[in-house]
Design a protein around this ligand. Structure first.
Ligand SMILES: Nc1ncnc2c1ncn2[C@@H]1O[C@H](COP(=O)(O)OP(=O)(O)OP(=O)(O)O)[C@@H](O)[C@H]1O
Ligand SMILES: [Mg+2]
Length: 259
């Protein structure tokens, strides 16, 4: 099976992208998948979330500008089968600098080719920054599909229509003809509130089977785990958050094998 590349994206900030990228990656690895977690956000939250330090020069930045190979940027984590390309603040400059280069939307996709060719990974999960800037568009161009976390709140759906429009543009422009939404996951669900239940119902009505069955509950353990540099299954395996991400990982695998 060729390596599948999934970008976790939503231009809205704080909706659970990084929490999903980190925990889904760790759960997929625990299910036996060889996973590369790729931190493409200068905030580097996924990097610290799996317990890696921010090291100068360790990010994909220079490779995106044409220097060196992404294979050299891959680092092991403390968790079996989970490896990572970390981020650091230098990635901030990548948006601006890439804008001036030719092929500026395909830099990441080209840089990933040797990693795909190496067949070292079953899945590559990219954590995107909260924008539709050039880094995110590069992730879109390099991906087989997008995993979109939607926070259970009133404006949850607003982001999706904008993202759909960008997807259509990238497909039409030939940047990535295979690009589609792989799945939508509802995050920070609180079953006690009427609004949360209504939002999930509305999103399911509109997006149908694109929406994963698994809903991620709001839980303090999920919010705490990053400060210990551990994905939730290694921090508190018996929490509701851990159970949810384990189920989501199974759904992602089933959907990805069915494709
Ligand atoms: N299910 C959850 N339960 C409780 N807290 C959560 C949950 N999911 C995420 N959080 C917390 O909400 C905040 C935002 O989550 P996260 O960093 O994953 O979002 P993001 O979309 O990656 O943000 P950004 O757009 O800044 O990259 C974090 O403090 C995180 O710990
Ligand atoms: Mg994030």
């Amino acid at each position: 099976m060729p390596t599948k590349v999934i970008a976790v994206a939503n231009q809205k900030g704080g909706v659970g992208k990084t929490t999903t990228a980190v925990n889904l990656s760790a759960c997929l690895a625990s299910l036996g998948q060889r996973v590369l977690l790729f931190d493409l956000d200068p905030q580097a939250n996924a990097t610290s979330g799996v317990g890696l330090e921010k090291i100068e020069g360790a990010s994909a930045y220079r490779v995106l500008l044409g220097e060196g190979s992404l294979l050299e940027k891959i680092r092991p984590t403390a968790f079996e089968r989970l490896e990572m390309i970390p981020s650091e603040v230098d990635l901030c400059a990548a948006d601006l600098e890439m804008a001036r280069m030719e092929n500026h939307l395909q830099r990441l996709s080209q840089a990933l080719q040797p990693v795909l060719d190496s067949q070292r990974f079953d899945l590559i999960i990219i954590d995107c920054p909260p924008s539709l800037g050039i880094l995110t568009l590069n992730a879109f161009a390099a991906s087989d599909g997008l995993l979109v976390p939607l926070q259970c709140e009133y404006y949850a759906l607003e982001g999706i229509s904008m993202m759909n429009r960008v997807l259509g543009q990238l497909r039409d422009a030939g940047v990535n003809p295979r690009l589609e939404i792989f799945g939508v996951v509802m995050t920070m669900f609180d079953g006690r509130t009427k609004l949360c239940n209504e939002v999930v119902g509305e999103v399911r009505n509109l997006l149908g089977t694109k929406v994963f069955e698994t809903v991620i509950p709001r839980g303090t353990k999920l919010a705490e785990a990053p400060s210990f540099g551990k994905p939730i299954i290694h921090y508190d395996k018996y929490s509701s958050g851990s159970a949810a991400y384990e189920l989501l990982a199974q759904e992602v695998l089933e959907r990805s094998n069915a494709a």
